[in-house]
Design a protein around this ligand. Structure first.
Ligand SMILES: Nc1nc2c(ncn2[C@@H]2O[C@H](COP(=O)(O)OP(=O)(O)O)[C@@H](O)[C@H]2O)c(=O)[nH]1
Ligand SMILES: [Mg+2]
Length: 595
């Protein structure tokens, strides 16, 4: 029992978590050398393509220390702020966390956020400085910074390199001595486990990731999901190596998986407790439901594929519990879903996965945050998509969410950041010097402005050095209007958006310009326009595609040529009359993504 250690690696994005995990897997011979590749735990196609961790990944390692055999359960976590719900769930399954801080970067915004989460979860924190092999590493400065942050002596901070493997054995020893073994009531008590994640397999159904809290569990046992009150018997139990590897039983304190065979959505949920069917099962404290910050509506390109979209969303939900979706109907677009995500990157990942893993062609509306509108009719309506935003004349007042944000930047960039902060309606709450020549800015701003590429701009003026995190705090009064985009004189509802009144012209201009850049030439001349407050405020003309229908005919009969040209003209006229503008689905994808 006390030879199990459960821990996670937490850090700001790119500080070397997944690379450190690689060396741990190598040293413990968990992954065969021939199967080893960089960031091996990032197994999703999108993770490998983008070089980021999206989903947490548990892995079980065997390690011998002082002649004693230990089971080390590691959970690698994502670092991007959009995925902090993943991190919070991973933290509930472990007793300790390695807080990794890049020696070339120092403490960054997500270092603070993840540290805060680990402390709140009551975990033992093992501070470690990473990438010490790099010629750019400032090991002693960064160690001092971390020591100050956590309030420990500099000598207790370890140094590792995920690249060379330096310091990894020492880190294992630290984990074994500092992280307490999982607490339990002993093997005799009744089985109880926490569902901290799950995934879906076409032939195995839902596979739940469990942390066994009491007792033990084996195949074919009669079990119960507490929240959904559903009975099931696992078809297989096992551990992660890192791929699923079947075993006889999972004991108290261990981390592993149960194959449920369940194919319907809504039965397994993260944060739920699993126990013995017919036993006296008491629920463990679960998780807070994630609060979406950004919404987009998804419609199938053809309504015939609505059932496919429905199925795809329910499947995806069994691999990513952090997005929400709800059916909605729009006059022009038909039946679709309103989908809530934890940030723009998360939304991009969700839509990209629907496209790739489920082969769907989707119409995606311009992302929006949530607004609350007080109407003249005395109603308070919650608006998630621009299409449902009331007419200007019907509005008494609009409310929008604000955030409290933290930026950590080299002090030399503070003055250039000021302009961006001003452009995004930020109010500085606090300025504090932080470590060696760095400044920590605390500010308040509308979430709407944060979603307006704020972070990318902060990154770019600071040459990539500034880092940021934020949390949604409260609703405040907003001065916003609805902007519609018209193509060939018709509103394309998917492109409507809610924008700050002061920026309506600028936003109209840039939306029209962007669409002009991505929309293919049509068979006829088509205007692209931006309209707000009852008038057209921006316009561009998409020239017609010149397809010479007579080209393949040479010499001869001029009347036949004229006939063909005439036919083409008629065709164009007809299309125009029907407003048939061909908008390929990748245009919606491109319009959704921030530049
Ligand atoms: N020089 C050096 N580079 C590293 C080290 N660990 C990671 N990197 C690089 O840092 C980048 C981010 O690494 P990754 O493990 O994906 O970071 P994560 O986002 O925290 O999981 C990659 O380009 C790695 O090659 C290290 O120990 N030394
Ligand atoms: Mg990673």
């Amino acid at each position: 029992m006390n030879h199990i250690r459960n821990f996670s690696i937490i850090a700001h994005i790119d500080h070397g978590k997944s690379t450190l995990a690689d060396r741990m897997l190598e040293i413990t011979h968990t992954v065969e050398i021939r199967k080893m590749r960089d960031q091996v735990l990032d197994s999703m196609e999108l993770e490998r393509e983008r070089g980021i961790t999206i989903k947490m990944q548990p892995v079980r390692m065997d390690y011998t220390h002082d002649g004693e055999k230990y089971v080390l359960n590691l959970i690698d976590t994502p670092g991007h702020i959009d995925f902090s719900y993943e991190v919070s769930r991973a933290l509930k399954a472990v007793e300790g966390s390695i807080l990794l801080v890049d020696a070339t970067q120092g403490v960054q915004a997500q270092t603070l956020t993840t540290l805060g989460m680990a402390q709140e979860a009551g975990l033992v924190i093992i501070p470690v400085v990473s990438k010490v092999d790099s010629p750019l590493a400032r090991v002693s400065e960064v160690k001092a910074e971390v020591a100050k942050l956590i309030g420990v002596d500099v000598s207790t901070i370890l140094e590792v390199s995920g690249k060379t493997g330096l310091g990894v054995e020492e880190l294992f020893e630290e984990v074994i001595t500092k992280v307490p073994p999982p607490h339990s009531d002993g093997d005799t008590s009744e089985f109880r486990g926490l569902v901290f994640d799950f995934k879906y397999s076409n032939h195995k159904g839902v596979i739940v990731f469990v942390r066994v809290v009491n007792g033990k569990v084996s195949k074919s046992q009669g079990l119960l999901f507490k929240a959904s009150n559903q009975r099931f018997a696992p078809m297989e139990v096992g551990t992660f190596s890192p791929e699923e590897t079947a075993c006889d039983e999972l004991k108290s304190g261990e981390i592993g998986y149960l194959v449920t065979g369940i194919k319907e959505p809504g039965i397994a949920s993260v944060g739920d407790t699993i126990g013995i069917f017919g036993g006296k099962l008491e629920a463990l404290p679960g998780y807070m439901s994630p609060r979406p910050v950004v919404w987009a509506s998804l419609y199938p390109e053809s309504q015939d594929n609505f059932p496919d979209l429905k199925l795809a969303l329910s499947r995806l939900k069994l691999s990513d519990s952090s997005f929400t979706y709800e059916e909605e109907t729009s006059g022009a677009l038909g039946r679709g879903y309103r989908c809530g995500c934890l940030g723009m990157l998360h939304l991009e990942i969700v839509t990209e996965r629907l496209k790739r893993e489920f082969d769907l062609s989707l119409i995606i509306t311009t992302p929006s945050i949530t607004y609350e509108v007080q109407t003249r009719q005395g109603k308070r309506v919650i608006v998630y998509s621009a299409v449902n935003f009331p007419e200007d004349g019907d509005i008494v007042e609009v409310f929008e969410p604000w955030v409290l944000a933290t930026i950590i930047t080299p002090s030399s960039y503070v003055s250039s950041l000021m302009q961006i902060l001003y452009d995004h309606e930020s109010q500085i709450v606090d300025t504090e010097s932080f470590g060696d020549n760095r400044t920590r800015l605390t500010l308040e701003m509308p979430l709407r402005e944060l979603m307006r590429n704020f972070f990318d701009q902060v990154k770019s003026v600071s040459s990539g050095y500034a880092s940021m995190s934020y949390e949604v705090t409260e609703l405040r009064s907003a001065d916003v209007v609805r902007l519609d985009i018209l193509v060939a004189d018709e509103i394309v509802p998917a492109f409507s958006r809610i924008v700050a009144r002061r920026l309506v012209e600028e936003e109209a201009e840039s939306a029209v310009e962007k669409l002009f850049g991505v929309l293919p030439r049509q068979m006829f001349v088509a205007k692209i326009q931006g309209k707000a407050l009852g008038r057209i405020i921006s316009s561009r003309t998409l020239s017609a595609m010149k397809k010479d229908v007579t080209q393949h005919m040479y010499g001869g009969d001029i009347t036949r040529k004229m006939k063909l040209r005439d036919k083409q003209k008629k065709g164009k006229k007809k299309m125009k009359a029907l407003g048939t503008v061909d908008i390929p689905h990748d245009v919606f994808m491109k319009m959704m993504k921030s530049d």
